[in-house]
Design a binder for this molecule. Structure first.
Ligand SMILES: C[S@@+](CC[C@H](N)C(=O)[O-])C[C@H]1O[C@@H](n2cnc3c(N)ncnc32)[C@H](O)[C@@H]1O
Length: 238
């Protein structure tokens, strides 16, 4: 595992662990982020333009259920995640009289969509888990329309020292709660620490977004320094 890739065996193991998180996913996330995760999701929503939206790595639908009044496609490689998200998100959309969202099984690295087919893409707490981040960004660029926007959010790592503090936070604070909630020492949040340890810095992914071809790339570390949001735009056609 490094800043750009995760090997096949490790990624399969990670996916098994992510499946195990489903029943307590939102509860542990709220605790781990000191209740900030809802505010961060609202910030991501506010950065997304109107039009057809793709969420890559939708997980159990924690972000997607709050997306209002636009066409929504949710993608995830884990069938169990998709089933939970479909029920949750579409129940909420029906209540609001929005058309149902579409759910697709797949990975960021091989998006099963046509070129130029989305007005925006977002990916929340999933980019860190992509097995080939550069390939996933290239695929995202391919399916975005000219001028369309990509927004990414993941745990922040500004530099090595900040990264070390993040690892301690995840191991001690999140680890203790996850052990309690899951009722076992070998809980699936151990993989959060593993993927975060291998994750690059904010600047690494600014560079990667630019190298892949995104324009107007920006990054912002969100209060209290636990998450970074990146955004970039597909080049205009002319
Ligand atoms: C921690 S969950 C995030 C769920 C949700 N987006 C949220 O806001 O909480 C990460 C999700 O990313 C998915 N994922 C992992 N690798 C992926 C890949 N290569 N392509 C697309 N999704 C991936 C996982 O299956 C998992 O459901």
């Amino acid at each position: 595992m490094d800043t750009q890739t995760i090997g096949e065996e490790e990624w399969n193991e990670l996916q098994k662990n992510l499946t195990e998180t489903i029943p307590v996913y939102d509860r542990v996330n709220r605790f781990a982020t000191l209740g900030q995760v809802g505010r961060w999701r609202r910030i991501v929503r506010s950065l997304l333009p109107q039009g057809r939206l793709l969420e890559i790595g939708c997980g159990p639908g924690s972000f997607a259920e709050g997306v209002e009044g636009r066409e929504l496609v949710c993608l995830d490689p884990i069938p169990e995640m998709i089933e939970v998200a479909r029920l949750r998100v579409n129940a909420e959309r029906e209540r609001r009289r929005d058309p149902p969202a579409t759910f697709v099984e797949g990975t960021a690295e091989n998006l099963p969509f046509e070129d130029n087919s989305f007005d925006s893409i977002c990916t929340l707490f999933s980019f860190r888990d992509w097995f080939d981040k550069r390939a996933g960004l290239q695929e995202s660029l391919r399916v975005l329309r000219p001028g369309a926007k990509m927004v990414i959010i993941d745990p922040a790592k500004v530099n090595r020292v900040h990264g070390l503090m993040g690892v301690l936070w995840m191991k001690i604070w999140v680890g203790a709660y996850a052990r309690f909630v899951c009722g076992k020492r070998d809980h699936p949040w151990k993989w959060l620490t593993k993927t975060y340890s291998a994750f690059g810095t904010t600047r690494d992914y600014v560079r990667m977004l630019e190298e892949v071809g995104f324009e107007n790339v920006r990054s912002r570390v969100l209060f209290p320094g636990m998450a970074t949001v990146w955004s970039g735009q597909a080049p205009d056609s002319d």
